[in-house]
Ligand binder design. Structure first.
Ligand SMILES: *Cc1c(COP(=O)(O)O)cnc(C)c1O
Length: 467
């Protein structure tokens, strides 16, 4: 039962149709359909009604406050949820932050193809139906030396397609030390089960020898699988079968050999003193029949799974109906083609592809950038923040180059009165969000993963949280 006071108070809540005449809501009614504004207004009035019933002496909120809340709610509901973020973590391939950022040329290619019709499956020379798989096959062959190539949605799909096509209902031999899980959502054992292939694990976690593999080969063996242990390193008492040996065993027994490279680089980072990642070209030269890798890890392109290798096997993959379910869309192909084009000139790749550029950034360059950001913040905010530029190490992330530490610099920030977690939260919830790292009582922004164009946004973000 409502008390008389409650009934009276509720009656003083404005009616929706009157509320909608409030001048503050005029812009909303221009931007959004009336029905949508009415629904949001009703929701907010319902909340107010509940609030008033919960307290003894309810005062109805004034219409102006309700109008502001309606506007804010509509703005929130219609703002994009997926949006750009400034990555101050220093992790170049941050899976939670969308892995690789695309090059400018890749973005232009996506834009051009998406805004127009395209020759996605149409051969302009002959006027006949073509295949979407033709567009990047040539350049992939040229860059990797492969006989043939195929692109699917992501590398997990690539592995699934290969296993299902070549080994469904039969056995696949893999070294126990390579039964990996990547990012919680890709487990070799699970993909194997999905593919209908039977897993034969050989060796032990730290050691697999040639005899282990050879001893497991039987009539039932369809494939030898090598999985790149891309997000961890086993050190100490270890032994593994080299790529060359795997190939030799596969040849001797007449079975194909497939390597899931995970990251897959086309640019030789080792030559620049970074990591020990073999290039795709090298794996193929060693004689591996099929190699698969991601488009959005070290390659620095869009999410995709790239399969390169012997034509005989890729032709089989192309005939599998499953390919239809795993096929890439035109925007991916456009971004991938433009990204691959950079690699025709390795210097251009290192300059234009953000992933490579960030990995190859010299510490001195990063330090200078951190100092410039510090100056900009000082200029805008005076002495409100305590700041210093300090050395740090960044990692590549995304299950690539495990254990590789890239010397870097970050801006270390604190505020005399604001707890550092509040600062971190404020930046994270801003627009654009700025993601930093907490280290004791400091917020760290590693400038390896921040572009110069992003500095003004960081300054604005601090301005807003310190307001
Ligand atoms: C990352 C990775 C995958 C999964 O690739 P996605 O493109 O994320 O699907 C598979 N295998 C290995 C070894 C990887 O590193």
């Amino acid at each position: 039962m409502l008390t008389k006071e409650q009934q009276q108070a509720l009656r003083r809540l404005p009616a929706v149709h009157l509320l909608l005449e409030h001048p503050l809501l005029a812009p909303c009614l221009e931007r959004f359909p009336r029905q949508m504004v009415v629904e949001v207004a009703n929701d907010i009035l319902a909340m107010e009604r509940r609030r008033m019933l919960e307290i003894d002496d309810p005062t109805p909120p004034d219409p102006e406050r309700i109008a502001v809340r309606i506007t804010e709610t509509l703005d929130r509901l219609t703002a994009p949820r997926l949006r750009p973020v400034i990555n101050g973590s220093g992790i170049v391939l941050h899976t939670n932050l969308g892995r690789a950022r695309l090059s400018k040329a890749a973005l232009r290619a996506v834009r051009d193809v998406a805004l127009s019709y395209s020759n996605l499956e149409y051969r302009l020379h002959t006027g006949q139906r073509g295949s979407r798989h033709e567009h990047v096959e040539g350049i992939l062959r040229r860059l990797t030396g492969a006989e043939s190539a195929l692109v699917v949605n992501n590398n997990a799909a690539a592995v699934l397609l290969v296993l299902r096509t070549l080994a469904r209902g039969r056995e696949v031999i893999i070294s126990r030390g390579q039964m990996v899980e990547i990012g919680g959502s890709f487990r070799v054992s699970e993909i194997m089960r999905e593919s209908g292939a039977r897993l034969v694990e050989v060796g032990t976690t730290n050691k697999t020898r040639r005899e282990d593999i050879e001893g497991a080969i039987s009539e039932e063996t369809a494939l030898l699988l090598k999985v790149h242990t891309s997000n961890f390193k086993i050190i100490g008492f270890t032994e593994s079968v080299s790529r060359e040996e795997m190939v030799e065993i596969a040849r001797k027994h007449g079975i194909p050999c497939f390597e899931d490279l995970g990251s897959g680089v086309l640019y030789d980072l080792r030559a620049r003193g970074i990591g020990e990642e073999p290039t795709v070209q090298e794996c193929l030269r060693a004689g591996v029949d099929l190699v698969s890798f991601s488009g959005d890890k070290l390659l620095g392109g869009p999410q995709a799974g790239i399969i390169v290798g012997k034509k005989q096997w890729i032709d089989l993959l192309k005939k599998n109906q499953l390919l239809r379910a795993l096929r890439v869309d035109k925007m991916t192909l456009a971004a991938l083609e433009a990204t691959l084009h950079h690699y025709l000139n390795p210097e251009e790749a290192a300059r234009e592809i953000p992933v490579l550029r960030q990995i190859l950034k010299e510490p001195g360059e990063i330090r200078a950038s951190a100092e410039r950001l510090m100056d900009r913040l000082r200029e805008a905010l005076g002495e409100a923040l305590w700041m210093e530029v300090i050395p740090t190490v960044s990692e590549v992330g995304g299950g690539s180059l495990p254990g590789v530490e890239l010397p870097s610099f970050c801006l270390s920030i604190a505020h005399p009165h604001m707890p550092v977690h509040r600062m971190e939260e404020g930046l994270r919830r801003g627009n654009p969000p700025v993601i930093g790292r907490l280290s004791r009582d400091r917020l760290l922004l590693d400038l390896r993963t921040v572009e110069e164009e992003e500095h003004p946004h960081i300054v604005d973000a601090f301005r807003r949280i310190l307001k």
